[in-house]
Design a protein around this ligand. Sequence first.
Ligand code: G6P
Length: 606
Amino acid sequence: MCGISAIASHKPVAAKLLTALQNLEYRGYDSCGMALLHEGQLSLRKNVGAVDEVDALEKFRKMEGSLGIAHTRWATHGGVTKENSHPHYSNDKKFVIVHNGILSNYQQIQRDLKSKGYRFLSETDTEVFSNLVQEEYKQAENVETAFCNAIDKLQGSYAIAMITTHQPDTIFAVKKDSPLVLGINDGVNYVSSDINAFIAETRDTIILDDMEYLLVKNDNYVIKNLLTRKEKSKQVITVQWDRQTAQMGGFSHYMLKEIFDQPQTVRNALHVPNEQIQTIAGKFIEKEQSFCVGVGTTYYVAMVGTYLFSKYANLYVPSISADEFPTLIPVNKDNHVLFFSQSGETYDTRMAIRKARNCGAATSAVVNVVGSSISQEVDDCIFQGSGPEICVVSTKAAVSQIIILWRIALEVGVLRNHLSRKDADAFQGRFFKFSETIGQVLNEESGFIRDLASKTSRVRNWLFMGKGIYYPIALESALKMKEVTYLHAEGLPAGFLKHGTLAMVDEEMYSLFFLPYKDDSDLYNSTLMSIEEVKARNGKVVAFCAEDDDEIKKLLDFGLIIPKTDPELTPLIQLIMAQLFSYYSALNLGLNIDKPRNLAKSVTVG
Ligand code: G6P
């Protein structure tokens, strides 16, 4: 998984390509590079490291040229080495390319090209393409034809951008199963994996569909269909994200900024048109059985859904992790599957969609990234409008998805006559008030949470526990903790503790309990029993608790005070407070919060 970018301009493009790389870095950050065309000559610089590190070594800004391509990499084929980083030249150094995706038949192509005398300098699948175009050009003597003929030989997923000395004013780009967008401006055009790469330059964009290719010059562009090779006209979309939204806005990390974005992103989720909510809700009625599917954070979002459908619609909707879905769930045409994905590019989720579609099931999705693959693969898609989420770990996108899911569950409740329209509508008002409460909690509680994080900074093992809807909240919170702090944090149902995990508890083990208000007496009392079990083994207990709950405060080593707010929305308040707790814990450990080790924002490989 990688990010690609290309610019055709009438002015030097190196600095703008560098900015594009910085904006795309969340897609991969183990190496990067750039190639530019100047006075009929190609030049290329690349190296291993984050964008700023490579720039310090390679001095990208010194590269000359008004046409160029750039790439930031997250290794899939071949290790993290300079040779494997992109761009990749053809053997004759007349073509140079960047690629995002996987060419599944590259070994076959490589064998053929080797037999014709081509040499390969990297272990990547990508390098076959630049040489394939060189080979095709011998016959075609026309770059566009050579480019298309080479693409015809590819299998797998790809977004590719190419420049060549044979046609020094044009970027050639193509898309299949990996995202690609075009940005349009006066005298300069952009190609990229993501609108965010050029958001500071233009908001006018065209989202490419699979099997479309582009010929882009500084003053015009042509979109063509790969099969017919005929020109197509496509709608220009003006994206609403602005430069400021995409920047850090004074926060020390994107993670913190994105946690603080949540009052607004919740409002955006509430502004998703009712008709879109109703369309997806209708599927839960039309079909015999529905499922909720996501992976990583979005699996836990799906799990929250299971509790919401049960409560508000009296309907059991199983949630399944996307990576298990294809082997586990025997779907058919009487089924409906609702998918969740922030990036809209996650491989496991896409494979689950493929299985559901192939079996004739209805598919729908809640997705953040406009134009992403998943949004185009399902029958119905809601764009949650959370804006770019740059930090690798997901915060604001997950909470927004839960709000949208909540709205769908309420609508299904009405359609199933389990809930009155009046009650469902009244919830809408509570949600709007809730967005204000989030702002208040973030401003008032951050200091206390930061305090707790420094008091517990030596803790290495955590159990995160909750019951009912607080259980998936505990799971997601434990995942957040693992992702940013690399500490062991195990999420489990509070009631399950006594069935084994209790053996782990001693004075070194810390437990965080997601405890509801006392009014929620069944959940409260049973969670309290688990707290007692931990205390009886000298385990340390941290719990969310109400200000006036003196009884529980006596039991706890540390309390995280939850302000008095809507009891039904308290799980979400606790989730947001747990996001902050993970953030401050990682801050104390001095870790790379926005780019934790071994993780990538969207995992587009299986
Ligand atoms: C990766 C990320 C996780 C994310 C998951 C699903 O594993 O590291 O943070 O939750 O993908 O991503 P999606 O974009 O589909 O929500």
